[in-house]
Design a protein around this ligand. Structure first.
Ligand code: MN
Length: 202
């Protein structure tokens, strides 16, 4: 039997991202939503195992979609928590190799920030804005994810992730996703993104 997925602890307290993201959001987001994705991924794996043994035969497409949704949710949130840091440590401009790569691929940090923000603000309904690096073309790439269903574990590294599901901001920002996205830059943990980027280069 494989090990089970587990909810990882946050790398800071629930109130650490205030005033950008309030404690109540962080608590519910981590303890309820992320926990539900962890449980959902484990349940889907159990259903797959039963399916292999011929017990309770189910539509495999449904189980795999469920596994993808929940496992992607688990992975994305785990990176998302670490992509952020208290406003006293986070925000500002990146340094290091990621800064050089952003400059090369986007022209300037401001152009990058604008395009990533636009991507986040314009996700249809709910989903994510993501920054990845593709070694094949030696370039950073921004993309959107609707909901969080990759249908396969993403095969490009997750460098920077921004959750724009309503549960990520609604209690504080209501329907003003744009303000949430604009404020969110004040808690971006560039040291974490630099670490992830350097790992993709080695
Ligand atoms: Mn979320």
């Amino acid at each position: 039997m494989a090990k089970k997925y587990e909810l990882p602890p946050l790398p800071y307290n629930y109130n650490a991202l205030e005033p950008v993201i309030i404690e109540e959001i962080m608590k519910i987001h981590h303890q309820k939503h992320h926990q539900a994705y962890v449980n959902g991924a484990n349940t889907a794996l159990e259903r797959l195992e039963k399916n292999r043994r011929g017990e309770n035969p189910e539509n495999i497409r449904g189980i795999l979609r469920d596994l993808s949704f929940n496992l992607s949710g688990h992975r994305l949130h785990t990176v998302f928590w670490h992509n952020m840091a208290p406003p006293s440590k986070g925000g500002g401009k990146p340094g290091g190799k990621i800064a050089d790569q952003i400059e090369k691929d986007f022209g300037s940090f401001e152009f990058f920030k604008k395009q990533f923000s636009d991507a986040a603000k314009n996700v249809e309904a709910v989903g994510w804005a993501i920054l990845t690096y593709d070694p094949e073309i030696d370039a950073l790439i921004i993309y959107q994810v609707e909901k969080q269903n990759f249908m396969h574990p993403p095969n490009l590294p997750l460098l920077l992730t921004l959750d724009v599901w309503e549960h990520a901001y609604y209690l504080q920002y209501k329907n003003d996703r744009a303000s949430y996205v604009d404020n969110w830059w004040n808690v971006v943990n560039w040291d974490d993104i630099e670490k992830r980027f350097q790992k993709t280069k080695t």
